[in-house]
Design a protein around this ligand. Structure first.
Ligand code: NAD
Length: 360
């Protein structure tokens, strides 16, 4: 049976790494019907919007998508296609496994951390107020009236809301994952010593869920202290669960612990659909150069295979990737000890090497 999967090539290096992942996934022997859907710059040019409805409809129907990175304009313009997509489909889990691979140059070895980032709330709801607007003036008055403090009139405000509902569901997902995957410990990350209300809510919700999992060790960590300890001894962590903003930052830190964005895959998962995409962005400066590392996108494809129930193909693919990385020959510039190494291969050749390893 062929799986119907929405394929969103994305912007910048997205089309190259997506094409590489598509070829590799097909080489596993699993069959796919790819439903090509354009979001980002291409969609803006073709349809006048970076996130046309047909893209969301395709994902809703297929329930699974493989997505390349999409550029987000800074400061102004459409807020973020990525955030809008996660919100529209209620993809409340952002799952980012960060695992060391032999052969990948890195300061650390034996890192194996799975990051669960809450994907729908926190500072990413896009509820913002600019100075000089009537809404902002009303907010300033409201805060004054509560007697909690004062906001300068020329401030801009981004609202941060954290609910018990969203915190509990990401926590439950992380604990279920830990249990199903033989992980012994879950660490909840917060700044509840300062953000007593919002982060306090997150921490109390995760602590409440932790009681339902007496077989899994539970600890909490303040986000700044966690960052220091991750850099000192990343092997102390197994599963980390965080609100959206900390999750965004810490998951990229964890990618750094395993040798960089080139090998950091990810998934955005909800109850009705899942979108698999690498942690990295569209790296515009490498567009069209056959230079970007496709491994993070291919590893995201391996996560997708697992999600589809194709465990054996997923394991075979991961082992083929591990072989290519361990050999260190057919890898892109970012995985060479010297980034200017002339023997580095291109995106498409790295994918060829994985396909070759699949056939061994
Ligand atoms: P980036 O991840 O695109 O690039 C950061 C650095 O990592 C750059 O030096 C880049 O060259 C390198 N890099 C990234 N991916 C690589 C790969 N596969 N192989 C080799 N090197 C790689 O981050 P950025 O520059 O902050 O963002 C660029 C754009 O991507 C922005 O518009 C941003 O909003 C967007 N973005 C999108 C997503 C997504 O679609 N999920 C995620 C992150 C960033």
């Amino acid at each position: 049976m062929a799986y119907n999967v929405t394929l969103i090539p994305g912007d910048g290096i997205g089309p190259e790494v997506s094409a590489a992942a598509r070829r590799v996934l097909e080489a596993t022997g699993v069959e796919f019907h790819w439903d090509l859907a354009y979001a980002g710059d291409q969609a803006q040019d073709m349809h006048g919007t970076p996130l046309p409805d047909y893209v969301l409809d395709s994902i809703r129907q297929n329930k699974v998508a493989l997505k390349g990175p999409i550029t987000t304009p800074v400061g102004s313009g459409f807020r973020s296609v990525n955030v809008a997509l996660r919100k529209a489909l209620d993809l409340y889990v952002c799952l980012r496994p960060c695992k060391s691979y032999t052969g990948v140059p890195s300061l650390y070895q034996n890192v194996d951390i799975v990051v669960f980032r809450e994907n729908t709330e926190d500072l990413y709801t896009g509820i913002e107020y600019d100075s000089g607007t009537p809404e902002m003036a009303r907010l300033v008055d409201l805060v004054d009236a509560t007697g909690r403090g004062h906001i300068n009139q020329d401030s801009n405000i981004s609202l941060r809301a954290i609910s018990g509902t969203a915190s509990r569901r990401i926590a439950r997902y992380a604990f279920n994952y830990a249990r199903a995957n033989g992980r012994r410990k879950v660490t909840a990350v917060h700044k509840a010593n300062i953000l007593k209300s919002s982060d306090g809510r997150f921490l109390s919700a995760v602590t409440e869920v932790a009681r339902e999992y007496p077989d899994i060790e539970f600890e909490s960590a303040i986000v700044d202290s966690l960052c220091m300890n991750l850099v000192r001894r990343p092997q102390n962590y197994e599963v980390i669960v965080l609100p959206n903003l900390y999750g965004d930052i810490v998951s990229e830190l964890c990618a750094g612990l395993i040798g960089g964005l080139g090998v950091a895959p990810g998934a955005n998962i909800g109850d009705g659909a899942a979108v698999f995409e690498p942690t990295h962005g569209s790296a515009p400066k490498y567009t069209g150069q056959n230079k970007a590392n496709p491994m993070a996108m291919i590893l995201s494809g391996a996560m997708m295979l697992r999600h589809l129930g194709e465990q054996e193909a997923a394991e075979r693919l991961k082992s083929a990737i591990a072989q290519v990385l361990a050999e260190g020959k057919s890898v892109t510039y970012d995985l060479k000890p010297d980034r200017n190494d002339p023997t580095a291969v291109g995106t498409s050749q790295a994918a060829d090497a994985v396909i070759e390893a699949l056939g061994r």
